[in-house]
Design a protein around this ligand. Structure first.
Ligand code: SAM
Ligand code: GLN
Length: 276
């Protein structure tokens, strides 16, 4: 096993400690477990080798292990479904911090693996949630995660395009939509542009195609006193400010991420803190 760890460390140009973590994760063992009873049978060796080749070719480790940690949730994830990100974990923190009411009905547009709706279901246990996605792969993956956390009573999934087929009004509309400007897609890391679904990240010209639709259409689905919360890219703040000046009279607030970048847009009911 020592040789395998050494080889992984060399191939991926990482420390032997990191290589141990990767091998342990691929073998689904604790780190010490890779040296414990460390003779691998032929079949396991073959599978491990295939996984290591995928990793070397840039496949995200989450697609190989089929697992991703999101806050306290260990979610399943499959190729073809967007891998939940760190900034979205913080988006959840921001929603919790800036919401001063208990939403009874929540709508999530573009749920992917279901990370956002699952986290919100535990923050707002009385809320009924509808979570949508245009991708059937995403809906299948989200359903597996929702079942895993026994949330099928609380979260209802819908395979649809944006607001199509939806009726009624919601107290909160949440989305991490595709928002990468089209012109920036080719400079994304290889692991993203070659392996993650383009449909999940391509925000069109300027990156704000979906954000604009969420704002314009979303207000028709929002109860008075409700809130729309959207994850955005920091480069979109100015253009969105202009868009609000000419199109929308509802109050809006940009909030910063952990690194001081404006990454979250809140529209409507949002707690205003003295410290801001
Ligand atoms: N909410 C998940 C998260 O934060 O990890 C996934 C976010 S991913 C950036 C955007 C999601 O929007 C993808 O799952 C994609 O399939 C979905 N999507 C793209 N276009 C859509 C559309 N027109 N209607 C509904 N969902 C869409
Ligand atoms: N933050 C993601 C990335 O950089 C993009 C997410 C999105 O388009 N919503 O890959």
């Amino acid at each position: 096993m020592k040789e395998i760890v050494k080889q992984v460390s060399k191939d991926l140009e990482i420390s032997s400690g990191e290589a141990e973590l990767i091998v342990a994760s691929l073998l689904e063992k604790p780190r010490f477990g890779i040296y414990f009873n460390n003779k691998l049978d032929m079949e396991t060796k073959k599978i491990l080798n295939m996984k290591l080749i995928e990793l070397k070719n840039g496949v995200p480790i989450e697609y190989i292990t089929k697992k991703v940690q999101f806050l306290n949730f260990l979610l399943c994830i499959y190729p073809g479904v967007f891998i939940p990100r760190l900034e979205t974990e913080y988006f959840i923190e921001m929603i919790e911090k800036f919401t001063n009411f208990c939403p009874e009905k929540i709508l999530e547009i573009g749920t992917g693996a279901g990370a956002i709706c699952i986290a919100l279901a535990t923050i707002f246990p009385k809320a009924k949630i509808i979570a949508t996605d245009i991708s059937q792969n995403a809906i299948d993956c989200a359903l597996e995660n929702i079942e895993r956390y026994n949330l099928t009573e609380q979260i209802h999934l819908l395979h649809c395009n944006m607001f199509e087929g939806l009726s009624g009004k919601f107290d909160m509309i949440v989305s991490n939509p595709p928002y990468i400007p089209h012109s920036r897609l080719k400079s994304l890391p290889k692991s993203v542009k070659h392996f993650e679904p383009i449909l999940a990240i391509n925000g069109g010209e300027g990156g704000i195609q979906f954000i604009k639709r969420l704002i314009l259409q979303g207000k028709d689905y929002l109860n008075p006193g409700g809130q729309i919360a959207i994850e955005i890219d920091e480069t979109e703040v100015k253009i969105l400010q202009k868009f609000f000046e000419t199109n929308i009279s509802t109050p809006f607030y940009f909030k910063k991420d952990l690194f001081g970048r404006f990454r979250y847009l809140f529209i409507g009911n949002c707690k205003v803190l003295d410290s801001e």
